[in-house]
Design a protein around this ligand. Sequence first.
Ligand code: NAP
Length: 168
Amino acid sequence: MFDNIFMIVAMTEKTNSIGLNGDMLYHLKDDLKYFKETTLNETIICGRKTYFSFPKRPLPNRKNIILTRGNNEYEGAYTLHSKEDVLEYAKSHPEEKIFICGGDDVYSQFIDVASKLYITIIDEEKTVVADSFFPEFSDKDWELTSESRYITPESAPRYKYCVFSRKK
Ligand SMILES: NC(=O)c1ccc[n+]([C@@H]2O[C@H](COP(=O)([O-])OP(=O)(O)OC[C@H]3O[C@@H](n4cnc5c(N)ncnc54)[C@H](OP(=O)(O)O)[C@@H]3O)[C@@H](O)[C@H]2O)c1
């Protein structure tokens, strides 16, 4: 477990759905603000596919790191090439808060080393259609340490911000 590796995601409540056809399932205005406030001036790491789904990139006022097996360089962003590279980076930058920002592929590789999960939980009355998911996690390993009230937009399901910390 790394004290400086966190994950941040918006997922549906029942099926942990996060994306479809390379895009997010929902574009929730207040959640995007929450994501920005939480990650501002920190380090974000995301898979190459998620990075290229951002309408504006790199995300401003954050250190942007792209995880890719390719050798391309991307203006305004750093690249790392393996899980081991990321763990080395986290070890050598203990002063940085590192937010793993997805997607599906990347979340599933890093949930075993993260110490906190910042999860926006979106109500799911009917199962949504998705092709990308956040991994299952259990209350054996994680405890809910903070939970907001529900935000209720006019034209989207309601949602709330939760933080889970790994049990010691
Ligand atoms: N709801 C949310 O909060 C949220 C957040 C983020 C993403 N999403 C959604 O998730 C979906 C994208 O997820 P995804 O799984 O398809 O793609 P992804 O995880 O964003 O990116 C996968 C790519 O990351 C690179 N990669 C992954 N593991 C690596 C490793 N160990 N070493 C080196 N490179 C590695 C590879 O890039 P190369 O091919 O360049 O080698 C791989 O093709 C989209 O629908 C997106 O909207 C949702």
